[in-house]
Design a protein around this ligand. Structure first.
Ligand code: 5RP
Length: 220
């Protein structure tokens, strides 16, 4: 599995987002956390910022919608130029329709699960997905401690994905750093979101290289 690193701009300087995007030329994606004060107790950014970022960087945008009504808004993020749009299973009321709309609009379609949400009930949705995101913290804030309890679910998700042809990327998000990324990779994740571990480092590009090397080592 190819390792991909998606630095989260949640940990970047919001006053200098174009510069912060330019500081990670070796990133596979830029992870954009959209929060609405409803699905999570935090507020970040929305469509205008995604549209501006799209013009400011060639790095594809990996938009993670932590919002209460993803069925209404997700297609607009695809139209705004996001390369990937992920909706939460806990929030979506019509996930099949929404995931299909995301794909029709040319973006990759992702489904996110909170730490306490089991993956098995969503097996039938796998054909609609390009990526499954397993949260390794409760969504809402950067800088939280990685939840080891999610690792068995990462293993079970990898097995489900394997049974469905292995095409779907398996992303982990929250508390991913040089210490925890190896455990995630060993459990079967292949796309790694890292906020503090990248933008909290003195050299964000070097931090990405270090994370990528650690994940590849753990894959064996
Ligand atoms: O989705 C998120 C929080 O809801 C963030 O992407 C995530 O927490 C990344 O930040 P860090 O690497 O600092 O934990």
């Amino acid at each position: 599995m190819a390792v991909q690193i998606s630095p989260s701009i949640l940990a970047a300087d919001f006053a200098r987002l174009a510069d912060e995007a330019a500081a990670v030329p070796n990133a596979d994606w830029l992870h954009v956390d959209v929060m609405d004060y409803h699905f999570v107790p935090n507020l970040t950014l929305g469509l205008p910022v995604v549209e501006a970022l799209r013009k400011a960087t060639a790095t594809p945008l990996d938009c993670h919608l932590m919002i209460a009504d993803p069925d209404r808004w997700a297609p607009q993020y695809a139209e705004a130029g996001a390369g990937s749009v992920t909706i939460h299973a806990e929030a979506a009321k019509a996930p099949v329709r929404t995931l299909r709309e995301i794909r029709v609009l040319g973006a990759r379609a992702g489904l996110a699960l909170n730490p306490a949400t089991a993956v098995e009930p969503y097996e039938d949705l796998l054909p609609e997905l390009d990526m499954l995101l397993l949260m390794t913290v409760e969504p809402g804030f950067g800088g939280q401690k990685f939840l080891d309890m999610v690792l068995p679910k990462v293993r079970r998700a990898r097995e489900l994905v394997r049974r469905h042809g292995g095409r779907i990327w398996l992303q982990v998000d929250g508390g991913v750093d040089a210490d925890t990324i190896g455990r995630c990779a060993e459990a079967g994740a292949d796309v790694f979101v890292a906020g503090s571990a990248v933008y909290g480092a003195s050299d964000p590009g070097a931090a990405i290289d270090g994370l990528r090397a650690a994940a590849i080592r753990a894959q064996g």
